[in-house]
Design a protein around this ligand. Structure first.
Ligand code: SF4
Length: 461
C-alpha cells in the first residue's frame, strides 16, 4: 500500500527515534522474556531507596545559562534510548526489536551510555565556551572563558524511550541515573519519564521506578479494544492495560497513555466511541498518534490492509482535539493532550527548540549549533561514538518552525523567515493573521492539518 504522506508529519513524535531493526542479523529471543528478567532479588535490593544523590530540595534551580530566549533557557532535556522490546510490532519502524539471543552484559551497555554522556558533556561545555567567547569582548574575559565550565548545567527532564525501556534491568537504570547526575544537575522539579508497555510492568516495578526517581510513566496502550490489539500483535489485552492504568494512577501523579488512531478498517464512529472510553479514564495526559504505513514494515507490505481515507483521518483528529478540549484535557500539541500542568516537559524541549542530549542507539541531540546522532543499530552504537553535525542558521530556523508549529501555543517568531511567506500562509488561513504584529508564529486548525504544506510555504526562498 502507498505510504500516506498528507498527514505523515503529524506522527513525528520525537521521543521515538527511528531505526529499521529488521535489517539487522540478530535472531530474536525464542522465549518472550530476556534472561535478566528473572533477577528479581537483585532488583528489589537495589531499589529500597532512591539512587539519586541529591534530594529534590537540595537541587539547584534553573536557569544557569544566559542569552537564549526564556523558554530555551529553562528547558534542557536528556533522551536515553533503550532498543529492546518483547517482540516487534508489525507497524513499527522505531529503533527497537527483540532482545538478541546472546547473553546480555549490562556493563557493555553501561559503558556505551557513559561514553555518550561524556561526549555530550564535552560538547555542551564547548558550545557554552564558544557562546561566552562570542559574547565577551575583553581579552581577559576571552582567556577566562576558555577554561572549561565548572558549573554543571541543570537538566529539567530525562526521558527513557525505546524500544521498551521498562525492560531495562533496574540496576542498569540506577547506574545510568547516577552517571547522569555526576555530570549534570537536576532541577528541583525535574521530570523523569519512562515509557512502559502494559505487559512489561506491574505495581511493584512501578513502585521501584518511583523510588529511583522516575516520576512520569507513559504506557503504550495503543487501543482500547482486544480486536485491534490483536491486529497490532500487542502481547497485552485490554484488561491488562486497564489494570496498569489504575496501578499507574496509584503510584504516579503524572502518567500518560498512547493510543493509535486511523487503524486498519477503523471507522470514525468506532474512534468516537473509543474516545469516550478514554475520557472515562480521567487521564492526566494522552498521546494519540496516527497510524502511518512505514516502508519495510509488515503492515506496509500487507496488500489487504486498508486504512481510513484522508478525510476520515482528518475528521478523527479534529474530533479528538475538540472532544478532549471539551473534556478538560485540551490538545497542547497536534498529537498530545493534557490536563493543565501535565504537559510533557521533555517533549516540549524538542518543540520549543531547546537544547537536549541524546544517548543510546539512534538517539539524536541538539546542543547549541550542533546536532548529534548516534548509530542506529545497537551493535554499531556499542562501538561507535556519536556524530557531531554543525547546523547552519537556516537549518536551525527550519527545525524550529517544523517542531514549533506542532504546538498549539506556537513559538516566538524565528528570525530568518521571509515575511512574504508568512503573509501568504496567513492569507490561506493556515497561520494566525497577527503572526507578524505579535511576533508569534501559531498555526490555525487548517495549518495544523496540513502542516507539511504550511511548512513548505513558510520556508520557501
Ligand atoms: S513495543 Fe513499541 S517500540 Fe517496541 S516494537 Fe512495538 S511499537 Fe515498536
Amino acid at each position: 500500500m502507498k505510504k500516506n504522506t498528507s498527514f505523515s508529519l503529524l506522527n513525528s513524535g520525537v521521543s521515538k527515534q527511528k531505526i529499521f531493526y529488521e535489517e539487522t542479523n540478530i535472531s530474536p529471543l525464542k522465549e518472550n522474556k530476556p534472561a535478566f528478567f528473572a533477577n528479581d532479588g537483585l532488583e528489589k535490593n537495589v531499589l529500597s531507596k532512591s539512587p539519586l544523590k541529591t534530594k529534590a530540595s537540595e537541587r539547584p534551580s534553573f536557569p544557569v545559562v544566559g542569552n537564549e530566549t526564556e523558554e530555551e533557557t529553562k528547558l534542557f532535556g536528556l533522551y536515553c534510548h533503550w532498543p529492546f522490546c518483547l517482540s516487534k510490532c508489525p507497524y513499527c519502524d522505531f529503533a527497537s526489536g527483540p532482545m538478541p539471543c546472546n547473553s546480555f552484559d549490562q556493563n557493555i551497555f553501561l559503558n556505551a551510555y557513559i561514553r555518550d554522556l561524556e561526549d555530550c558533556l564535552l560538547l555542551e561545555n564547548e558550545q557554552r565556551n564558544d557562546k561566552n567567547t562570542k559574547n565577551t569582548l575583553s581579552e581577559e574575559n576571552l582567556f577566562k572563558n576558555k577554561q572549561p565550565f565548572q558549573k554543571k548545567r541543570v537538566l529539567t527532564s530525562i526521558f527513557f524511550g525505546g524500544g521498551t525501556p521498562s525492560l531495562m534491568p533496574l540496576p542498569l537504570l540506577e547506574k545510568i541515573l547516577n552517571e547522569v547526575e555526576k555530570r549534570f544537575s537536576f532541577a528541583p522539579d525535574i521530570e523523569i519519564s519512562m515509557e512502559a508497555n502494559p505487559e512489561t510492568i506491574d505495581l511493584e516495578k512501578m513502585r521501584s521506578l518511583k523510588n529511583m526517581g522516575v516520576n512520569r510513566l507513559s504506557l503504550g496502550v495503543q487501543a482500547l479494544n482486544d480486536n485491534d490489539l490483536k491486529i497490532f500483535k500487542r502481547p497485552h489485552t485490554l484488561r491488562t492495560a486497564l489494570t496498569r492504568i489504575e496501578e499507574a494512577r496509584a503510584v504516579f501523579d503524572n502518567f500518560s497513555i498512547d493510543l493509535i488512531y486511523a487503524r486498519p478498517h477503523q471507522t470514525f464512529t468506532q474512534w468516537e466511541k473509543e474516545m469516550e472510553e478514554a475520557i472515562k479514564l480521567q487521564l492526566p495526559h494522552l498521546s494519540c498518534y496516527q497510524l502511518t504505513l512505514e516502508e519495510g514494515t509488515p503492515f506496509y507490505k500487507d496488500k489487504n490492509l486498508r486504512l481510513p481515507d484522508d478525510e476520515t483521518q482528518a475528521q478523527m483528529l479534529t474530533y479528538t482535539w475538540h472532544r478532549m478540549k471539551e473534556a478538560g484535557t485540551p490538545p497542547y500539541e497536534i498529537s498530545n493532550f493534557a490536563k493543565p500542568g501535565f504537559e510533557c516537559r521533555h517533549n516540549k524541549s524538542y518543540w520549543l527548540g531547546a537544547d537536549y542530549l541524546g544517548i543510546g542507539p539512534a538517539a539524536h541531540g541538539r546542543i547549541g549549533n550542533t546536532a548529534t546522532e548516534q548509530e542506529r543499530f545497537f551493535q554499531n552504537w556499542l562501538k561507535t561514538p556519536m556524530k557531531k553535525i554543525p547546523l547552519t542558521e537556516k537549518e536551525k530556523t527550519e527545525e524550529k518552525v517544523l517542531m514549533g508549529l506542532r504546538l498549539f501555543e506556537g513559538i516566538p517568531l524565528p528570525s530568518g523567515i521571509n515575511k512574504k511567506n508568512i503573509r501568504k500562509a496567513a492569507e490561506k488561513g493556515w497561520l494566525e493573521l497577527n503572526a507578524l504584529k505579535h511576533g508569534r508564529l501559531r498555526a490555525k486548525k487548517n495549518g495544523r492539518l496540513f502542516l507539511n504544506r504550511l511548512i513548505e510555504e513558510l520556508l520557501k526562498d
